[in-house]
Design a protein around this ligand. Structure first.
Ligand code: NAD
Length: 134
């Protein structure tokens, strides 16, 4: 793994969870933020927050962040030491079912291009989910 200051982090999903983490970590580390929505990526690369949050807006505008946004997950994950997964997991209360397919899309891509990366799942997932993934 790289030394502390050279640690590379990819964050999958630039919603409230992913973007807060990406913004904070990019003060100290090289961060690539991945999303599937081109407008969000473009805004972020222009240092405009795609979500309403006073701190994120302020940090993007004022701090020298080491943060790049991209649609290219493979490129972001391939040399990351850590991949933080903050993709959506919508809950269907009628079926009592979490849709974890977006999380699995990210995991499959990471395993394909960089199986040694440490994956940290911040998305809401059902009890026992990570054990089942083994
Ligand atoms: N918002 C909260 O306060 C909160 C708190 C704790 C946990 N969570 C959990 O964290 C997860 C994310 O929540 P959120 O509020 O940030 O969601 P969000 O819907 O605001 O953001 C998710 C982002 O992920 C992107 N995305 C979808 N598929 C992707 C993929 N394959 N690769 C990369 N990006 C992808 C979406 O375009 C979107 O921008 C959910 O599971 C949620 O339950 C949320």
């Amino acid at each position: 793994m790289n030394k502390f200051k050279d640690i590379k982090i990819a964050v999958a999903g630039t919603g409230y969870v992913g973007l807060s983490i990406a913004t904070l970590l990019s003060q100290y580390h090289q961060v690539k933020a991945v999303d599937v929505i081109p407008e969000k990526v473009e805004k972020l690369n222009n240092r405009v927050s795609p979500i309403q949050d006073d701190y994120i807006e302020k940090y993007l505008a004022e701090k020298p962040l080491n943060l790049v946004a991209t649609l290219d997950g493979k490129d972001a994950y391939k040399d990351a030491d850590f991949v933080v997964i903050a993709a959506p997991t919508n809950y269907d209360p009628v079926k009592n079912y979490f849709d974890t397919s977006r999380v699995e899309e990210v995991i499959d891509l990471v395993l394909e291009v960089n199986p040694d990366a440490v994956m940290v799942i911040k998305s809401t997932i059902p009890v026992g989910y990570t054990r089942n993934l083994y």
